[in-house]
Design a protein around this ligand. Structure first.
Ligand code: KG4
Length: 340
């Protein structure tokens, strides 16, 4: 049984993964309400909140402690003061229980999170069932990263493309802020967009050349700002649904186009969508439509495994032979977005 700890940003989370069965128990404590008034995550506050939340969450796992064989913890990328809290707790448990620690890259865990349901449905046939879906194209869209990766038949991950500026979730959140919506604004933009017209406003698609797989969202945010400067407060209020629909359409259109270009430049048996922006139903529907024509399955991470969570860290510690470094904790957590 693997006990995983996640504390890379503003969620403290623990999960227990039992390989023959699946994720046996998981608990998450969100700090979102505490950071909302600051319009973003405050690292110092977040780290202090992890310090008080993690031991309380551990209490809920007291009965499972004798069954734990391995500890897993997010080593990065993330906020250094926050990562340190989870890593310190993993170290303390490792010493107390005499169990090894596997340190897991958060982004690799997102890539593998799309297979959690496959494992839950067929735990004993998981390896074979996953092999039939490889090579796999993974689209990771979160608040801090936007990546296209190839998960090969030998489970090696290669980064195909990443964003040159903002992440897709950041584009949602920064756009929401300009529109006067609270942080994090991705889900609110989606809600307003449902009542709006995608054609009402014209927003640019970043790096539109088909041969360029990289993402770019900062120009889109600037275009929204210029558009809003031309409008009165009343106009913005009355046209909010269409502003959201057109802005969201530009983000989703770029994600869909880059996914299709990546598929054209490689050979894949499935596509995965994970990270916080994978909660967006319009994005899931758009990608599913594109993939239906190509008869490729789309695996979408379940909502509870889209944001920061410990379930995907525990799962990756077991499912990804390259994610976890057993028996060692780096002296300092990695901050780069390399998937090492
Ligand atoms: O926590 P997060 O960055 O994921 C991990 O790294 O694990 O996901 C949060 C991001 C935020 O940018 C948020 O606005 C975005 O995901 N998000 C959404 C939706 N729900 C969450 N973006 C668009 N539509 C949504 N429904």
């Amino acid at each position: 049984m693997i006990l995983a700890i996640e504390s890379s940003c503003d969620e403290s989370a623990l999960a227990l993964f039992d390989p023959p069965k699946g994720i046996a128990r998981e608990i998450i404590s969100s700090q979102a309400a505490a950071h909302e008034k600051f319009g973003g995550v405050v690292p110092d506050l977040a780290s202090r909140m992890h310090l008080s939340a993690l031991p309380l969450l551990l209490e809920e796992f007291r009965a499972d402690i004798p069954n734990i064989t391995n500890l897993a913890v997010t080593r990065g990328p993330g906020l250094l003061p926050c990562l340190s809290m989870g890593i310190s707790m993993a170290r303390a448990l490792s010493v107390a229980l005499d169990r090894p620690i596997q340190t897991v890259n958060h982004l690799r865990a997102h890539v593998h999170s799309v297979f959690i349901n496959l494992h839950a449905a067929h735990p004993s046939q998981f390896t074979q069932a996953r092999a039939e879906l490889l090579p796999h194209l993974g689209l990771v869209v979160s608040g801090g990263n936007t990546l296209l990766v190839k998960l090969d038949t030998n489970l090696k991950i290669t980064v195909i493309a990443r964003t040159v500026d903002d992440a897709a979730g950041e584009a949602f959140d920064k756009g929401a802020k300009l529109l006067g919506l609270p942080y994090p604004g991705g889900a609110l933009i989606e809600q307003h967009a449902q009542k709006g017209n995608t054609q009402s406003f014209s927003f640019p698609r970043g790096l539109p050349e088909k041969s360029d797989l990289r993402f770019s969202f900062s120009g889109l945010k600037t275009a929204l700002r210029y558009q809003l400067e031309k409008m009165s407060d009343e106009e913005v209020k009355s046209q909010l649904p269409s502003l959201c629909a057109s802005y969201q359409d530009a983000i989703l259109g770029q994600l869909n186009a880059k996914m299709l270009s990546a598929l054209n430049s490689g050979s894949y048996k499935s596509v995965g969508l994970s990270g916080g922006v994978a909660n967006n139903r319009a994005l899931c529907n758009l990608l599913a439509q594109s993939l239906e024509k190509r008869k490729l399955p789309l695996l979408v991470a379940e909502p509870k495994y889209c944001g920061d969570n410990a379930g995907m860290i525990a799962f990756a510690a077991w499912a990804d032979p390259f994610a976890a470094k057993a028996g060692t904790v780096e002296p300092a957590p990695q901050l780069s977005i390399d998937l090492a």
